[in-house]
Design a protein. Structure first.
Length: 312
């Protein structure tokens, strides 16, 4: 049993990343039913919309799932914290901001807390604030990233050397080899995002899934760097036409409505889709259960082969 599994009461050391406004109950429940920790992303959704998705998820699974609150992204952060407590959500993931003001309140309600970090400094602060678990996210990950642009491969061992709570790896993990790699680096497990989009249960447009399967190693790009933002997306017509020259213009041209247009409506002429570098490794659309079973078997085999190489 992986320690993280005991902490979250799950079977596999795999959790779902928050997917903002395209997050939905079917995928969250599928991840939890398959043995991982499903996550409902709040994005910029209203409290009533999130409450509705929580109810729908509970109709589809009796397993634990998490709520991801993007602190600076959501205009309803305080109310969402209250909702998580009222709904007795077992795990809350806090990203895109300082988690310190919320951790003690959540833990007082017996809620485990995950803090998403992108540097050693952020990790030390989150640990000091009392977070139960960290997700260390490298720049390989999809969507909004830290402008520090540290990679998963370099970030995980630095955190493991300095941190005394479990560290989950995020960014660039899409198969059992990637899971084995981060486990060898000292991670307690992995958070998946882009790979879960290309599953049967993900309620996104089929064009999004097809684009991911067709993607090569160079088909994602970072946008927004020139105006102080880092967002990894899949190449497409809308992305290629982006001309934002100020932070405000960039935020306007990449707001959630454009992501919904690309991800849920399948129109990349008028919108965009997030995608991590792992897109180049995606070649099929399994069920979540099939994906997790395969990843765990691949990871076990990879770890056995690694042990064999060093003992023969």
């Amino acid at each position: 049993m992986f320690p993280i599994c005991e902490l979250f009461k799950i079977r596999y050391p795999l959790i779902q990343g928050g997917m903002g406004n395209i997050s939905h109950a079917a995928l969250t429940a599928a991840v939890s039913n398959a043995g991982g920790l499903g996550t409902l992303g709040c994005g910029t959704l209203s409290v009533d919309e999130v409450a509705s998705r929580i109810r729908e998820t509970r109709m589809l699974t009796d397993q634990p799932f998490a709520l991801n609150i993007a602190i600076r992204v959501s205009p309803y952060t305080e109310a969402l914290i209250d909702l998580a407590i009222a709904e007795k959500i077992p795990v809350v993931s806090l990203s895109a901001g300082n988690p310190a003001p919320y951790i003690a309140r959540l833990q007082a309600a017996s809620i485990k807390t995950i803090a998403v970090v992108a540097s050693v400094k952020q990790a030390l602060k989150a640990e000091q604030a009392g977070a139960d678990v960290l997700v260390a996210e490298g720049v390989e990950a999809a969507g909004i990233n830290s402008p520090l642009e540290l990679t998963t491969l370099t970030l995980i061992p630095q955190l493991v050397d300095r941190i005394n709570i479990p560290v989950l790896a995020a960014g660039g993990i899409g198969d059992g080899r990637g899971l084995a790699a981060v486990l060898l680096l000292g991670a307690a497990g992995a958070q998946l995002g882009t790979r879960l989009i290309a599953t049967e249960e993900a309620k996104v447009h089929s064009a999004y899934k097809a684009h991911l399967m067709d993607a090569t190693d160079t088909d994602t790009r970072i946008i927004g760097r020139s105006v102080g933002f880092v967002r990894r997306v899949l190449d497409g017509p809308y992305v290629e036409r982006l001309t934002a020259e100020t932070p405000a213009a960039f935020l306007d041209q990449t707001n959630e409505s454009y992501h919904i247009t690309g991800a849920l409506e399948g129109d990349e002429e008028k919108g965009y889709v997030n995608a991590g570098l792992v897109a180049g490794l995606i070649h099929d659309v399994p069920t979540v259960a099939e994906l997790f079973t395969r990843m765990m078997a691949e990871a076990e085999e990879q770890l056995k082969q690694t042990t064999t190489r060093f003992t023969t």
